[in-house]
Design a protein around this ligand. Sequence first.
Ligand code: GRF
Length: 195
Amino acid sequence: MTQPVRVAVLFSGRGSNMQTLAQHLAKPSVAGEFVLAITNRPAAKGIEFCQAQNVPCAVIDHKAFDTRAGFEAEMQNALDEAQIELICAAGFMRLLTPDFVTRWHDRIINIHPSLLPAYKGLDTHARVLADGAKEHGCSVHYMRAEMDDGPVIVQKRVPVKADDTPQTLAARVLKQEYIAYPEAIDIVIKTLRKP
Ligand code: GRF
């Protein structure tokens, strides 16, 4: 049997996508293993889940480093030590340098709450509403040097309703994120383990 793909998840806050990935990767039918979580925020809520589930969680506070390169070198050490093969960014609110992203080419993926290439960047739900768009959603994509750029792996669409607020729209999109990320990780795992 082939060895499971060793996965790390990067998160910065609530960590609900990270939890969904942990639950998905725990299924015997999935050829991946959730080996390590990394957060850049010591106060991130998701840390509690890691503690409760005994998932190793490296807290690497970006504020403790003078440069992005220093912060990323520390992350790279943690990833190397855990022999990580695939990185999933899930609500990770730090821009990664082109150096780091290029080193992990096709082995780092991200979830973004919009139908990329539309609405890159922050506050996607409010911007969609301000534009009067009829449709919104989420994308899981391979990361590239440019922010929120890179080939899309899975996209899920939701309708925008007339009485939506950024919160109601975010909640509708989030439900789809929990479906999209496991689907995407299955696709990427298959690609990485292709004979
Ligand atoms: C998600 O909507 C994700 O798409 C965005 O930030 C949110 C993170 O939520 N980048 P969580 O931390 O996974 O609960």
